[in-house]
Each structure stands twice: as C-alpha cells, then as structure tokens.
Design a protein around this ligand. Sequence first.
Ligand SMILES: Cc1ncc(COP(=O)(O)O)c(C=O)c1O
Length: 383
Amino acid sequence: MNPAFSVPLPRAWAEIDLPAFERNVVKIKASLPAHVRYISVVKADGYGHGVAHIVERLLQCGIDSFAVANAREGSDVRYIAPQAEIAILGPTLPEEIPQALADNLTIAVSDADEIRTLARIAGTLNRRARVNIAVDTGMGRMGIWHEQAESVFSAVADSAELDWRGVFTHFSSADSSPEYTELQRARFLAAVKKIPQARRESLTIHADNSAGLETFSRERPFNAVRVGILQYGWKPAPGSLFEKISPEPVLSFRTRVGLVKNLPAGTPVSYNRTFTLEKDSRIAVLTAGYGDGIPTAASNRAEVLVRGRRVPVIGRVTMDQTLIGADALPEVSVGDAATFIGESEGSRISIEEFCSRSDCIPWEALVSITKRVPRIYRGLRIQ
Ligand SMILES: Cc1ncc(COP(=O)(O)O)c(C=O)c1O
C-alpha cells in the first residue's frame, strides 16, 4: 500500500492533480483580455481526466462555457453545469437533436440541409434551437466553405426556430504553420464581415485553440477562445497567444510490478520474440498493457521509472502486461509503482517523451488511457 493513499493501489491508474489543473485554468483565464471568453474543451471525458471532476473544478474557477464533441457528451456536462453554455463541436445526428434541444446544447451547423432539419425538429417540439455556425476555412472538416458562408448566415438569421449564438472556425495547423493559420484567419474574417454589424456584436466569435497564434494582438472581432490541451498541462506551440504560460502537468500514468524473475542469456521475451536477453538478466512484469493505454508502439522503445530509476520496456507490449529490464533495480519488489508518465523520486517522464517513444500525440495519449484504469484524484474538494 502506498502511504499517500488509504486504499490499496490498483494494477494501473491515472493520477489527476486537480490543484495543478486549477492553477493552469487560473493562469490561462488571467492571460485573456477581459472581453475574451474562455470556452473550456472537455470532450472525450475531459481529455481522459474524468469530465465530472474536471467540469466541477472549472465551475469553481468561474468558467461557464464548455465545448464537447457530441450531444451525448453535452448532456453529461449539462447534468453537472445546469446554467452553462455548452457547445457541440461536431455534427449532430437527426436522432440526437431532441435530447440536445431538451438539454439546451448549442448545436453546430454546416449547411442548409442541417439547418432545415434542425428548424423542423425544433418547430415540432416547440423549442428554439441554439446554433453555432461552423465555417470551413481550410481544415476540410466541419463547416460551410468560407466563400459560401453568407447563405448559411442568412438562413439561420431568418429562422424563427433558431437562436443564433456564435460562429467559429478551426485551424488545421496552428501548432506548425503560422502562415496557413493566418490564411485561415483571413478567410474567416472575410466571411464574418458579411454578417451585419449589429448581429455580429451579439455573437460569440472564435477560432483559436491552445496553439492559436496571436489572435488578439490586433483589432479583431474574436471574443472567445477554445482551450483544450493547455489546461491539461501541455503547451503545443511556443509563440502562441499563451506564450507566457507554462502549464503544470496534471496527469500521471502508473502501473505496478506484478512479478520479478531471472532469465538466462538468449531468452527471447514477449510475443514474436522481438527482444532477446544478451546476458543472464532480471526482468519485471508490469500489470498493464495496451488494454490500459500503453501503445504497442512503445514496445522496445519506452522507458518507465521504478523507484526513481529509468528502465527500458523490453519486447512487445501485450494486452495486460508489459515487460521491463530490471537489472538496474536490485531492490525491485512486487507491488512497486512503475511510472509511464509523471514523476518518481525526483525523476520525470514527460508526456512529450512518452509520446515520442510511442508514436502518438499528447491528445491521443491522454484519451487512450482506457476505462479499466481508475482515475485517482488529488485535491478533491468534498462538497
Ligand atoms: C474544434 C476544436 N476546437 C478546439 C479544440 C481544442 O484544441 P486544443 O486541445 O489543441 O486546445 C479541438 C480539439 O480537438 C477541436 O476539435
């Protein structure tokens, strides 16, 4: 049993540092100009952190605007945040619309067909649907193509069943190409200019995510920003609006040593024998695998921290177990924690390092920690 916890540790767990999350949120909020709304992106179970605790903490920090991927996620957030503005970022299927309306979610629309369907269902249910118009400025995903946006603007504005709340676009390369981001921004601004000024002033207008570049350094109509990964402790782009913010890591991902054994030189380990012991060796079997969120790409590449010491993953990661070399750990014993992401006795493996050794990106690593891995919260406030 780890003295930090009053219950036995599980076989694998994600530790969520809520006070660190809160400090990130407070810093981000303080860095925004007063007229700019902080829309917290909490899709995919709050980027794998557990949406209920994440939304609770955001509400305590004064954040009242959320973005989710779909209606189902929106309904979960509505349960916790009865007064908040909750925007769906992806397409809403016709059969999801009644629940989305009942929960007062703001539905993103991209074309005339979606607008007609939404207005018809809202009319039948005697409700007004909250709507954000998505504009495609070069991502090729959600939204009306920017050159055709005007017709969608008028269709929403003219509908009695629709309550037009905002307009947004999404950048494809904000973390890698300032030039392309500027092109997308210019396209978006040209489209937004076609909205009559009085109407425009009533809308929430946003484009930037955590990597958005210098949006507010010039006189522009943006009045919100959609913040995802930055609040969870990773900064994707130096030189962004959030340049001065150094977020703190929030999530640690750990498992345990389940077995320690000695094997003779020449023994191949794990499936398909991709690693062979060169000498008589001590190895340890960890109690987590790709069924918990350790990518198979980490096979023979990742490192873990045990008792503050780095040791290599050897052989293929399997569904429930991962093997590590333990020659450098003479005192290792069953039950020891093994850290894939996070700190151990003064050493740290960052999420960047974990990703670079596992062929994935931080967003993906966080949301890939599976549901059999319990989330353990530090700094929980019991209400
Ligand atoms: C439309 C949209 N806006 C904002 C975000 C948040 O991005 P980030 O996590 O990089 O801040 C995402 C994330 O995938 C998104 O799809």
